[in-house]
Design a protein around this ligand. Structure first.
Ligand code: PLP
Length: 417
């Protein structure tokens, strides 16, 4: 059997247990708040000729340097310097999306059993990347101001007492996936102080930082780093196009050299077509103007979604009020199991969401829901929230104890109206 030939590491690979439920989303009448994708309406609108012109360079068709196209790295460095991140092209590695950055950092730093501190809850793609390299994931409490430094400190001390090796702290500091919360400047300072004191590297994963609705978020943690304690991940996926698969990693030059070697074993270089697209688009069009437009676009959606939360959600369901990004995080009463509710919500009420449990590294979080409003448009957004409100209302009205034991009563709910 081929199964027996798998590596120990591969035995660690996890399939998503909610994948079956999401197959039901293929039904076009389902309104889905599940995928945290950017809306195609936010993509730059280009004619075929403009697109062809952007990609006309022969560079687009050839292999490129592992570190990425120099001109693109220079442009990114200029952008980062404006954000007070002192850098130059030698500190930058172009990656195939920031997801590859997470994988490469894990590849470089993690031995089986090494500890990665993660937000509790955290971005699932980050958890998977570290899990695949057999890291021990330790959840750190977050509240509406992001990761709680006191919780981080107590977890670091516990880990040290157990003789485990803390290596990384993984943080999505702005409009976090899945909760929408943003780390305050004060906490950014406290967390980097801890990272320096205990010699741990922070991965600052910031794909949403430019998608603020009113005021820009606090300065990047990377601005507070004078040596190697922060590896910063950026991405064009949410602000331009995810299909080009262009992200970037900013780190100490020696770390970049090592990561480039690790990347060679993965894909030699990120796709040249995507890089040339990003480069030529940035040269020809104004990123700032584009960002201004899409901030307005997403802000409107957030307002519609929050108004619908207010109108349709039962009063004992709490929700976050993000200042940017794509996500709202619902807290249901403790005994409600959002995972069990999902299939019935999709089948009967035709509305989908992501249940919270998968974002936690310990066995909890089933009474949370992540809503991504980024892809759902105006009236449909309101209708989706109305349906979700009804699902939750009916679930909460029923005998709450059954949620954790059986779905029998859920099957009796008729929610499709
Ligand atoms: C927090 C976070 N990090 C990383 C990614 C990966 O993005 P990409 O690889 O497209 O840059 C995502 C995508 O949803 C994300 O939400």
């Amino acid at each position: 059997m081929w199964h027996e030939l798998r590596s120990n590491r591969a035995m660690n690979l996890r399939a998503s247990d909610i994948r079956e439920a999401f197959k039901l989303c293929e039904d076009p009448s389902v309104i889905s708040f599940a995928g945290g994708f950017p809306s195609p309406a936010s993509f730059p609108q280009l004619s075929n000729t403009e697109l062809a012109n952007l990609l006309a360079s022969p560079t687009a068709l050839q292999y490129g340097p592992t570190e990425g196209l120099s001109e693109l790295r220079d442009l990114i460095a200029t952008y980062l310097v404006q954000k007070d991140i002192p850098t130059n092209r030698n500190n930058i590695l172009i990656t195939s999306g920031s997801q590859q950055g997470l994988d490469l950092v894990a590849k470089l730093f993690i031995n089986p059993g090494d500890v990665v501190f993660v937000e509790s809850p955290a971005y699932v793609g980050g958890l998977n990347a570290f899990h695949n390299y057999e890291a021990k994931l330790v959840g750190v409490e977050i509240d509406r101001h992001g990761m709680v430094p006191e919780s981080l400190l107590s977890k670091i001390e516990k880990v040290q007492k157990l003789g485990l090796i803390p290596k990384l702290i993984y943080i999505v500091p702005c409009y976090q996936n899945p909760t929408g919360v943003t780390l305050t400047l004060e906490r950014r300072q406290e967390i980097i102080n801890l990272a320096k004191k205990y010699n741990i590297i922070i991965i600052e994963d910031n794909p949403y930082g430019e998608l603020y609705y009113n005021n820009p978020p606090p300065k990047a943690i990377k601005t507070l780093d004078s040596d190697y304690h922060v590896i910063y991940l950026g991405s064009f996926s949410k602000i331009l196009l995810p299909g080009i698969r262009v992200g970037f990693l900013v780190a100490h030059q020696e770390i970049i050299s090592q990561l480039a070697i690790a990347k060679q074993g993965t894909d030699l270089c990120s796709g040249s077509i995507g890089q040339v697209f990003a480069l030529e688009w940035l040269k020809k069009f104004s990123l700032e103007k584009h960002l201004t437009d899409i901030r307005v676009y997403y802000k409107k959606k957030k307002e519609i979604c929050l108004a619908a939360c207010e109108e349709f959600l039962p009063p004992n369901v709490e929700y976050t009020k993000p200042e940017g990004g794509f996500f709202i995080w619902l807290t249901l009463p403790k005994d409600v199991d959002a995972r069990k509710l999902l299939p019935i919500s999709i089948k009967e009420a035709k509305v989908a969401y992501v249940p919270g449990g998968g974002f936690f590294v310990d066995q909890r979080g089933e009474n949370y829901i992540r809503l991504a409003f980024s892809q759902v448009e105006g009236d449909t957004l309101v209708e989706g929230m109305r349906r979700l409100g009804k699902v939750l209302e009916q679930a909460l009205e029923s005998d709450s104890s059954f949620f954790l034991q059986s779905t029998s009563k859920l099957n009796q709910l008729s929610l499709a109206k």
